[in-house]
Ligand binder design. Structure first.
Ligand SMILES: Nc1ncnc2c1ncn2[C@@H]1O[C@H](COP(=O)(O)OP(=O)(O)OP(=O)(O)O)[C@@H](O)[C@H]1O
Ligand SMILES: Nc1ccn([C@H]2C[C@H](O)[C@@H](COP(=O)(O)O)O2)c(=O)n1
Length: 726
């Protein structure tokens, strides 16, 4: 049950917005002002003039008794239905008469009497409590209560507490407009008048604030100033607040499901309700000098060195899921200089050498770094693997500092000299274990890092969305780039190729500037074909990782190859927003189009969620469709589903389609949360392993319900055991 408490000055729109809010959620609606107005009417109907400026205790007593009789003798009634609100006396509808000029002008005389307030406050609390009951108007869902003292006195524990306010001139205008639209006809004993010109909101506030304080928000009360908001905008702000409150309440309920289960280290982070840290480097970009990758053969002491550099302040800023070898980025600091330190797994070139290796995480780390710290083993000495690594580093063209590790004493330092042979300048003798020489090493490395050309992308302007235009060689990347940028700057060649000079370009797509990553790789070509595929793949991976969105290009006039699909998988596996671009569509005849549709249903079935744009990069046909697809993909890539919504959806899904029995047991979903976005990542706690088909069913259902068009979503299943009885 949710209680929404709304206070505010006269004419701000409390009643109208509260009613609409209650209607939206199917909640009850309590207009406490109407209760005070009805009491004023009742007193006047019983001959009380209510025109005193100061009430004496005798009058207060008399009026309080009269009001008490109104309530305790069951004369008073109020409708909590927001679609048909109303106050009644002995069954007679007072709705119009209580809005009369006479009542409006005298109600403060009643509402300022404290014992009368106490009576009404008790009645209002009873109405609120009644809504907890499944038999209440809202069937136990909630109530919106509005007035002057609701957030502070009547319902200080309400889940949503709002002070709705607006500038006085705006409120007066609204009230005047409201009055001019109002035509009141009544034959009641009190004359109901239309167009109440004397309804002065400032005067009313002044009177009302003698006994209530509604001009300033109390602790925990959210102020919503709607001076410059339309009715619909105000309503939306309140709807969002209520949605959040519902989520919070549901969150607690769902987390309780885990009470009986053994939790593991790290689970706590998912159960606090706080949003987990995004994989977002934007803050770091402002303060760091660049990215330093630590590479070397296994067992040379890379991790020891990384730990030595990080000390206790280690903070993972990005890990790369789904990779066979580790590549972890940390935020680091040395002598007041901040930088990112990338730890890579052991890098052992196989017998065929590095060129034949697949793009290992260490190699990608080098591509994505601004400078490299090569760690070698001073005790073992120079090895063939070290030399292979060095030739690859040379090809990458990044500044390198050589750390000769395991030289624990001064006596051993001379052993570093052998590594001059690598041709990378002075080798630095260190002992990562004991910290010996590490300070000097870092001084040199950070100096190089600061001076290095920034190729990591860390320092690229962040206000532009980053796009990687990828696809196998010759699918039309340069043509599309030219078409989009409107200039023929790139050499469009039939011969495929890449280079190693990363160049980013700002390209205007659909009236908006985007940062296209590493367009040099798209435009130039490599003389030597051998190894080109390998570097192309490496480069594509690096470009994808620096991007937020991958435009994956296919040449549909040619057969779709494994390499095409591999590039697409690289983007999907890296968790980037994706738009698939089917280029050269204009070259297809009917038969060709049918062929592509068949492929779409088969080869592309892992990305049925992706948007596909059929276009011609050459003529520009349909390129205007890219912007919307890119915007949609990125919007969904950043989407967050609240834990409450997620769990109630999965709860219903599970009830309608339970997991099939396995070995007499049925795995159940206990709790789920969206751990991060960019791309959306969900963590689902279950009582048992979920079959692959059930996972796919969950993914499809999440997509149907929440719409994740254009973005991969990741789902992790955390199986938890029931606690053992002691
Ligand atoms: N955001 C808004 N923009 C413009 N008009 C609005 C807005 N919200 C409400 N109104 C209009 O302002 C008028 C006053 O609204 P309403 O009667 O709900 O105010 P109230 O705060 O309940 O006042 P009181 O406390 O005096 O009863 C109504 O005509 C309503 O339709
Ligand atoms: N909780 C409340 C609600 C209303 N009042 C007073 C303020 C007004 O003078 C009067 C009528 O209210 P309205 O219908 O204009 O919102 O009742 C109050 O003191 N406490």
């Amino acid at each position: 049950m949710i209680t929404v408490a709304i206070d505010g000055p006269s004419g701000v729109g409390k009643s109208s917005t509260s009613r609409a809010l209650a209607q939206h959620f199917g909640y009850a609606y309590l207009d406490t002002g109407a209760m005070y107005r009805a009491c004023a009417w009742w007193c006047m109907d019983h001959g009380e003039a209510l025109d005193m400026t100061d009430t004496d205790s005798q009058t207060e007593h008399r009026l309080t008794e009269l009001v008490a009789q109104f309530f305790t003798d069951d004369h008073f009634d109020i409708s909590l239905d927001p679609s048909h609100p109303g106050v009644f006396c002995d069954g007679k509808d007072l709705s119009e008469v209580i809005r009369s000029d006479e009542v409006a002008q005298h109600v403060s005389a009643v509402s300022s009497i404290i014992p009368i307030r106490n009576l009404l406050i008790a009645a209002q609390r009873a109405y609120i409590a009644g809504e907890e009951n499944p038999q209440g108007f809202s069937n136990g869902a909630g109530i919106v209560v509005e007035g002057r003292d609701i957030t502070s006195v009547v319902a200080p524990d309400a889940e949503v507490r709002v002070l709705l306010t607006a500038r006085e001139d705006v409120r007066q205008q609204r009230r005047n407009k409201q009055n001019s639209e109002k035509t009141v006809t009544s034959s009641d004993t009190l004359s109901a008048t239309s167009a109440i010109s004397g309804d002065d909101v400032a005067a009313r506030d002044a009177k009302d604030s003698q006994v209530t304080s509604f001009l300033e928000a109390g602790d925990g009360v959210t102020t919503v100033d709607n001076s410059d908001m339309s009715f619909e905008q105000t309503l939306q702000v309140l709807i969002d607040m209520v949605d959040n409150a519902i989520d919070e309440q549901l969150f607690g309920t769902y987390v309780d499901n885990l009470n009986e289960y053994e939790l593991e280290e790290g689970d706590e982070a998912y159960l606090t309700g706080d949003e987990l840290e995004e994989h977002d480097n934007d803050d770091a970009i402002d303060n760091t000098v660049g990215v330093l990758a630590v590479v070397g053969r296994p067992n040379v002491g890379k991790s020891t060195l990384v730990n030595r550099i990080l000390g206790r302040r280690a903070a993972i800023v990005e890990d790369t899921p789904g990779v066979t070898r580790d590549r972890v980025t940390y935020e680091a600091e040395w002598s007041g200089t901040r930088f990112q330190l990338v730890d890579t797994g052991g890098w052992e070139a196989d017998v065929e050498g590095i060129d034949s290796a697949i793009a290992s995480q260490a190699q990608i780390a080098v591509q994505l770094a601004d400078a490299v710290l090569l760690v070698v083993d001073g005790i073992v000495g120079l090895t063939a693997s070290d030399e292979r690594i060095v030739s690859m580093l040379r090809a990458a063209g990044k500044p390198v500092v050589v750390a000769v590790n395991k030289l624990d004493t001064q006596m051993l330092e001379y052993q570093a000299a052998e590594f001059w042979n690598l041709g990378l300048g002075e080798p630095y003798a260190i002992s990562a274990m004991h910290g010996r020489g590490v300070g000097d090493l870092l001084d040199v490395a950070l100096k190089k890092l600061a001076q290095a050309e920034k190729t990591s992308g860390l320092l690229t302007p962040t206000h532009l969305r980053r796009v990687a235009l990828v696809g196998r060689p010759n699918v039309g990347k340069s043509s599309l780039l030219n078409q989009l940028s409107g200039e023929n700057r790139a050499v469009v060649s039939d011969i495929a190729g890449t280079t190693r000079d990363p160049v980013d370009e700002v390209v205007n797509v659909g009236g908006e500037d985007w940062l296209f990553i590493d367009t040099a790789g798209i435009k130039r070509r490599l003389h030597k074909q051998s190894g080109a595929d390998y570097y192309s793949s490496l480069r594509t991976q690096a470009a994808i990782e620096r991007s937020e969105l991958a435009l994956v290009l296919f040449d549909v006039s040619q057969p779709i190859s494994d390499q095409d699909l591999k590039v697409m998988s690289q983007a999907v596996d890296a968790g980037r927003a994706v738009v698939l671009v089917f280029n050269k569509w204009d070259l297809l005849d009917d038969f060709g189009r049918q062929r592509i549709e068949r492929l779409w249903a088969t080869e592309f079935n892992r990305v049925t969620w992706a948007q596909r744009i059929n276009l011609s990069a050459l003529t520009g046909w349909h390129t205007n469709r890219l912007k919307l697809a890119m915007d949609t993909a990125l919007e969904n890539w950043e989407k967050r589903i609240s834990t409450g919504r997620l769990n109630s959806f999965l709860g219903q899904l599970q009830a309608a389609h339970p997991h099939p029995l396995r070995g007499g047991k049925q795995p159940r979903i206990l709790f789920a949360t969206q751990a991060s976005s960019r791309p959306p990542r969900f963590v689902i706690f279950t009582t048992g392993f979920l079959d692959h088909s059930y996972r796919r069913f969950i993914e499809h259902s999440l997509r149907d319900e929440f719409g994740f068009e254009g973005t991969p979503i990741q789902i992790s299943i955390n199986v938890r055991e029931k606690k053992k009885r002691k």
